[in-house]
Design a protein around this ligand. Sequence first.
Ligand SMILES: Cc1cc2nc3c(=O)[nH]c(=O)nc-3n(C[C@H](O)[C@H](O)[C@H](O)COP(=O)(O)O)c2cc1C
Length: 209
Amino acid sequence: MSLIEKLQWRAAVKKFDPTKKITAQQLDNLLSAVQLAPSSLGLQSFKVIVVQDAETKEKLRAAGYNQPQITDSAALFVFASLTKLDEDFGKRYIDLVAATRSVERESLEGFEQMILGTLNSRTDEQKIAWSHKQTYIALGVLLSAAADMGIDAGPMEGFDPDKFDEILGLKEKGLTTSVIAAVGYRAHDDVYSKMIKVRRPKEELFIHI
Ligand SMILES: Cc1cc2nc3c(=O)[nH]c(=O)nc-3n(C[C@H](O)[C@H](O)[C@H](O)COP(=O)(O)O)c2cc1C
């Protein structure tokens, strides 16, 4: 299948087959895809909690409007934004760039000032809102990578973020939930994935100038 055919195949599955698990290798490939997602300034100001524990998934389902995807999928990806994006966070990123590319930290001075300037020019709320946007890019990459691997992934915003934060102990970790995705395999009788995809026509969606 071409990429476009795979994107036609993918669907926001509502009914997963709870008996079908993904392998450790498949999971690792999905993590690699998320890891490789681009982010503004490269900062990756988020973490992803991968929930496979049945008991935790039950609790999250109750906080997720009882959506069955949360418990029946093989793994639940919880994208969470960092809540503290201070100068130290920016400086530690520069440390990582220097170490990864084996360059002198001093040569990154201009880049560091740009990052610190960006962080310092925003309020905490603005920085968290900005981080939430980054998680959606990673979510998009996850959905596309899963489709490429023939794995189902259902994005969800239908949950109570405060309750998710509480169940997963995210506040103490300096995190807050952004968006989630159930990953696994569709049940043979999942209705939604059999429906014809509804998309706006290209003439309406795109403006060529
Ligand atoms: C950010 C986001 C949040 C979504 N939240 C939910 C959700 O909470 N529950 C659900 O069943 N579907 C949810 N969806 C799935 C959409 O309804 C679905 O992607 C859309 O109808 C298009 O269908 P398709 O993904 O199968 O092509 C969400 C999708 C996105 C991208």
